[in-house]
Write a protein that binds this ligand. Structure first.
Ligand SMILES: NC(=O)c1ccc[n+]([C@@H]2O[C@H](COP(=O)([O-])OP(=O)(O)OC[C@H]3O[C@@H](n4cnc5c(N)ncnc54)[C@H](OP(=O)(O)O)[C@@H]3O)[C@@H](O)[C@H]2O)c1
Length: 220
């Protein structure tokens, strides 16, 4: 792997978000491995049909990728394998969505962002929050070439500069501008119910929105 490019993408979760991301990553030229809690053989046919070009693997094999995307229901984060993900660059695309997934004390009683809670659980992974604020159906529709004035932007937040650089490059190859919102805690600015989460923005608009809420994020 070069310093700024990932070649293999592991996706944990083969639902709406995971399969849309797999197709978009295949289109962008990545080797894509996708896994659920089921054995790879059980997912192989579905993956062939729904995400052609991606490969169904065991979750440990998906975790052994340059970038690993968490696309599972957030309240299942404790089912992730900590040792598989140790040392990995992990994109947290998950959202806390109590009306659908139920109320979970892990997030209700913790003032930190959900990604910080997940990073603490994963212990040795370098977590970057991103890809959570674009709908699965939009991901394959809103992409545009770099340099297009109206190109949609996606925010990312994390504490590891090299991990963020790799994720930014991945986002760009998926067809979106990447905007660094700051440390992992700054992911608060694009969690559910925020203006960033509910809208679609160019890079300039996203930068302005991130700056607007920064005092609130810093004070949290
Ligand atoms: N839907 C969207 O538009 C969208 C957009 C951005 C972000 N997100 C976020 O992405 C996440 C997934 O959403 P979704 O709509 O794709 O959910 P979904 O359709 O319910 O799919 C969830 C997938 O996760 C798998 N899974 C559960 N636990 C797992 C584990 N420990 N390891 C590997 N796979 C596991 C499930 O399969 P098994 O249960 O069989 O293992 C299933 O394939 C959520 O956190 C959501 O907030 C969703």
């Amino acid at each position: 792997m070069s310093s700024q490019q990932a070649t293999t993408i592991g996706i944990l979760g083969a639902g709406r978000a995971g399969t849309a991301l797999a197709r978009q990553a295949v289109k962008a030229g990545y080797q894509v491995r996708i896994a659920t809690t089921a054995p790879a053989a059980e997912n192989a046919l579905l993956v062939d049909i729904v995400t052609p070009g991606a490969v169904a693997v065991e979750s440990s094999q998906a975790a052994a990728s340059d970038l690993v995307v968490l696309a599972i229901p957030l309240h299942k984060y404790r089912t992730l394998n900590q040792s598989d993900l140790a040392g990995r660059i992990v994109i947290d695309a998950m959202n806390y969505w109590a009306p659908v997934d139920g109320v979970f004390d892990d997030f209700e009683s913790d003032s930190r962002t959900t990604s910080e809670v997940v990073e603490e659980f994963l212990r040795d992974a370098r977590v970057v929050k991103s890809l959570n604020h674009i709908g699965y159906h939009e991901l394959e529709e809103d992409d545009q070439p770099a340099g297009t004035a109206t190109r949609r932007a996606l925010a990312l937040a994390g504490d590891d500069a090299r991990a963020k650089a790799l994720v930014a490059n991945f986002i760009d190859r998926l067809g979106y501008d990447a905007v660094d919102a700051g440390p992992l805690a700054a992911g608060r600015s694009f969690q559910p119910a925020t203006e960033i989460f509910t809208g679609s923005h160019t890079a300039n608009q996203l930068v302005a929105l991130i700056q607007k809420v920064r005092p609130l994020v810093d004070a949290a």
